[in-house]
Design a binder for this molecule. Sequence first.
Ligand SMILES: Nc1nc2c(c(=O)[nH]1)N[C@H]1C(S)=C(S)[C@@H](COP(=O)(O)O)O[C@H]1N2
Ligand SMILES: [Mo]
Length: 252
Amino acid sequence: MSKLSRRQLIAAGAVTAAGAGGLAVAAKLAHRYGLLPPDGGGIYGPGETLTYAAQRLLTRRSMAREFPRSQISGKPLQNGVDPLGDEFARLQKANFTDWRLTVDGTVAKPTTFSLAELRSFPRHSHITMIQCEEGWSYIAEWAGVPLSQVLTLVGPAPQATHVVYRSFQKDWWESMDMVDALHPQTLLALEMNGGELPVGFGGPVRMRVTRQLGYKSLKYVTHLTVTDNIRQFGQGLGSASSEAGYAWYAGI
Ligand SMILES: Nc1nc2c(c(=O)[nH]1)N[C@H]1C(S)=C(S)[C@@H](COP(=O)(O)O)O[C@H]1N2
Ligand SMILES: [Mo]
């Protein structure tokens, strides 16, 4: 027998018991319809699968709530980030003219974009709430290029299932399914509240995923990889956050 702690055994037992009452059935159905999240294994797996599958079946096309301009938070809460280092400072000093966003993977035309190029694409904006898993939130206006726009330019293969996105901060990477990647509110945000996106809030370019918790809105995005095999990245759980014990699917 593998070395399971007493606590793990109790937790596994609890899930097995719950499974008899429906979670197992849900997981089976989810598997059949391609609704398994990358972190759907392990002791929390059935719960994660149920959440993700239910969201995808019921709210695939729903929009996150948008707010009137008057509701924009006066003092948005900037979550601290680890030091960005000398290379970032150099890029920032040159006004990010050397910043590049690389898009590769299962696409017809792998491409690297400058910020000027990203700014030249059709722009979309929305006033939405960002919520941290720790409980705080704020409302702001974000503007930038819809991720769907960039994907259209590179041509994802029809079998693509996920987009992996990485930050200049090497420890931070995330992924989302094609439903969120093609969702009209999902932006590569370049602006916030009418100005350039400040570095503290993830400038020069941040992912804005409106229907999931703040940690999916990755700051300092440098690299997108379209894939049909999400399990080949990192430990196979779909994101650094799930490797750290958070849910891969952080729907709100
Ligand atoms: N690269 C990077 N992206 C990140 C983080 C980070 O530390 N580094 N923090 C995440 C978390 S936990 C949250 S809640 C939001 C916070 O965004 P904010 O600073 O605009 O409030 O950014 C997310 N994106
Ligand atoms: Mo967060």
